[in-house]
Design a protein around this ligand. Structure first.
Ligand SMILES: [Zn+2]
Length: 386
């Protein structure tokens, strides 16, 4: 029963606590470790000795003294193990090698045509990873795993990507990719991965129930309930982009009409402006600049957007009642304008049931949220088995 040894063995439990602490604090002295994990200094020193011997920690000289002998500082060994995060975006795939402190050691981007087949993409990715490992002197045996974030429905039972509309992928079995180069591979939906990262190390730290809204080309949500990621019984929890907010409204790619996607995605802003103002904007940045310059049509569309956003959020809140709502994705760059405006809209609600005092925060990890999430998941799995 090596899997659960930590639950029965106080030594391993203390070692896990020390590793977790180092993951948070990066560097800490042994006296403070003893205080934080509520263990005696000799116990901490023994455990640190063992962790140093195993290569996971290293002693890094002496820290600041609070009187008396200067305490010995401990760090995570930045060369001990690595994790690869992969983020499938619409036309780019991002690959990052993280160390155990979740610092990016290497980053590469690969252009991907949405019409290329998944096997070809995975072949190209494998070659890219091999090159990155070589360049950074990292051996495959030093990899804990490869986490892949996909903007789509991932069925972890059938090991398939059921649908990822923006990547033009459907019913794609990924079981054969449960290992790459002998290293375990973990697939996760991008909003779930981002929610996990914000909850573990970002805006939603310490919250038990979290709703992360990913506002990109489409709209998705990642959900944490009772300190656990919630994926739903068919892995479709958080597909909030297809909540119908205007029956008979704008046509959605899912086949329905009036879905939230068509009203609060970053793309919907660009498209609405281009349709209604008779001149094309190419990007969210371009659209937001028009609103900053008080362009009349852009402001009108922004106001409608904010109203629909508030309506959508209220609908989701009434089901989940989260402590913290994190706004992520491309629109999060404009959180300082969006969040106060949405709060203002929500204040107009006459409902005495839902309330309007919800904590809505901007993503802290921004465009790194999903890739950090898949890597964090693998790192935490490693620590929990240590
Ligand atoms: Zn839809």
């Amino acid at each position: 029963m090596t899997k659960k040894r930590s639950q029965h063995n106080p030594k391993h439990s203390n070692q896990q606590k020390i590793i977790r602490l180092l993951c948070q604090k990066k560097t800490i002295n042994q006296v403070d470790i003893a205080e934080e994990i509520k263990a005696s200094l000799p116990t901490v020193i023994n455990n640190v000795n063992e962790l140093v011997k195993n290569g996971i920690l290293e002693r890094g000289g002496v820290g600041d003294s609070r009187g008396g002998r200067k305490p010995v500082v401990v760090n995570l060994n930045k060369k001990y193990k690595f994790i690869i995060g992969i983020d499938f975006l619409v036309d780019t795939i991002k690959v990052v090698i993280f160390n155990l402190s979740m610092e990016p050691v290497a980053l590469e981007e690969m252009k991907s045509s949405r019409f290329i087949d998944f096997d070809t993409v995975m072949d190209k990715l494998t070659n890219l990873i091999k090159d990155m490992l070589l360049e950074n002197n990292i051996t495959v045996s030093n990899l804990l795993g490869i986490g892949i974030s996909i903007p789509g429905v991932i069925n972890t039972e059938t090991k398939s990507i059921e649908v990822a509309p923006n990547l033009h992928i459907a019913d794609t079995h990924v079981k054969k990719y449960s290992k790459l180069m002998g290293v375990p591979v973990f697939f996760e939906n991008e909003a779930n991965a981002a929610a996990y990262a914000e909850w573990q190390t970002g805006a939603a730290q310490g919250a038990r129930n979290v709703l992360y809204l990913s506002i990109m080309k489409g709209v998705g949500a990642g959900i944490i309930i009772g300190n656990k990621p919630y994926r739903g019984s068919r892995f479709k929890a958080g597909e909030v982009g297809h909540i119908i907010i205007k029956p008979g409204g704008r046509k959605c790619t899912c086949g329905e009409q009036g879905c939230l996607n068509e009203y609060i995605s970053a793309e919907s802003l660009i498209r609405e402006y281009s349709n209604r103002a008779g001149k094309t904007v190419e990007s969210l940045t371009e659209f937001m600049t028009l609103t900053e310059n008080n362009e009349k049509k852009a402001l009108e569309i922004w106001d409608e957007y904010v109203a629909d956003f508030a309506f959508g959020i209220r609908t989701i809140i009434s089901t989940l009642d989260p402590e913290t709502i994190v706004i992520g994705g491309e629109i999060a760059r404009y959180s300082n304008r969006l969040i106060p405006a949405v709060h203002e809209q929500m204040k107009n609600s006459k409902s005495n049931v839902i309330g309007n005092d919800h904590q809505i925060l901007s993503s802290e990890l921004m465009e790194s949220a999903s890739i950090t999430g898949v890597a964090l998941y693998l790192r935490n799995k490693f620590i929990s088995k240590y």
